[in-house]
Design a protein around this ligand. Structure first.
Ligand SMILES: Nc1nc2c(c(=O)[nH]1)N[C@H]1C(S)=C(S)[C@@H](COP(=O)(O)O)O[C@H]1N2
Ligand SMILES: [Mo]
Length: 263
């Protein structure tokens, strides 16, 4: 999806949601007759969110593809090698000491190794990644459903958002003591975070994640645009409000992208 103007977003969305919506509505015709769908005063962001949540259903699945559709090489974008000594030492050691922390508003904080993540029942899905820069790529992801990981941490009743803290600094800094606010981050609400296709993915096309695509663990939230798919995840933090995450809820959101990155 290369254009986020209201008309284009809506058209893209309605096309993309057709498969999921069909099961719930018995077709898209009914959808287009809903008066509010015609209401161009509703922002594209609100519209796509409302369509996905109320009509496609909050748990509707993103389209999945066949093995034959998988791209021969999955394109990489943004950071392709985090520029810290710490990350590069982990990479050199095969990430054997990597931990994904689960913190914030939980009853039980977690510190998960890759072996721990592999103990969760895994899910494998072939999906299309859509970057707002105008390219798409189909790949097969395997990982732990985030819902199961969150359940293990027992979120408190006031936990409403899930932030993903990544290992790549976006400011031109190196050395130790880089402030956490300099690193890539993203966030989802609990509906997206607990969606069945939302994974902490550790494999791409049956092999461990390449560094360029977010090794050793990245987020896959398949109803969301590319920038929401946080790579190099090292901490997951449950919070009550947006202000607790910092900025506008994500690195690209702070540069003007919508927080709601629904496709
Ligand atoms: N940590 C981190 N996550 C990130 C990015 C990044 O630069 N750093 N770029 C985002 C963007 S804009 C896209 S399109 C996808 C690219 O994922 P890929 O490199 O596997 O194609 O990752 C997203 N997640
Ligand atoms: Mo992107």
């Amino acid at each position: 999806m290369s254009d986020t103007s209201p008309k284009t977003s809506r058209r893209h969305f309605l096309r993309g949601a057709g498969i999921g919506a069909a099961f719930v509505l018995g077709g898209c015709k009914e959808l287009s007759q809903r008066p509010w769908v015609q209401d161009t005063l509703i922002s594209a962001e609100q519209l796509t969110k409302r369509v996905q949540r109320l009509f496609a259903g909050s748990q509707a699945l993103a389209p999945e593809f066949a093995k034959a559709d998988i791209a021969s090489s999955f394109r990489a974008n943004g950071t392709t090698m985090p520029a810290t000594n710490d990350y590069q030492a982990h990479a050199a050691g095969g990430f054997k000491d990597w931990r994904v922390e689960v913190t914030g508003l939980v009853d039980r904080k977690l510190s998960l190794s890759l072996a721990d993540l592999r103990k969760f029942p895994s899910r494998t899905q072939i999906t299309r990644h859509d970057c707002v820069e105008g390219w798409s790529c189909i790949g097969e992801w395997t990982g732990a459903p985030l819902k199961l990981v969150l359940a293990a941490a027992r979120p408190k009743a006031n936990a409403h958002y899930v932030a993903f803290r990544c290992a790549d600094p976006m400011d031109d800094l190196d050395g130790d003591g880089i402030p956490e606010s300099s690193f890539y981050y993203e966030s989802l609400d609990l509906v997206e975070a607990t969606h069945p296709q939302t994974l902490l993915a550790y494999q791409l096309n049956g092999a461990p994640l390449p560094v360029a695509n977010g090794a050793p663990v990245r987020l896959r939230a398949e109803r969301q645009l590319g920038y929401k798919q946080a790579k190099y995840v090292r901490r997951i933090e449950l919070v009550e409000r947006f202000e607790d995450i910092g900025g506008k809820g994500g690195y690209w959101e702070n540069q003007g992208y919508n927080w709601w990155g629904g496709i």
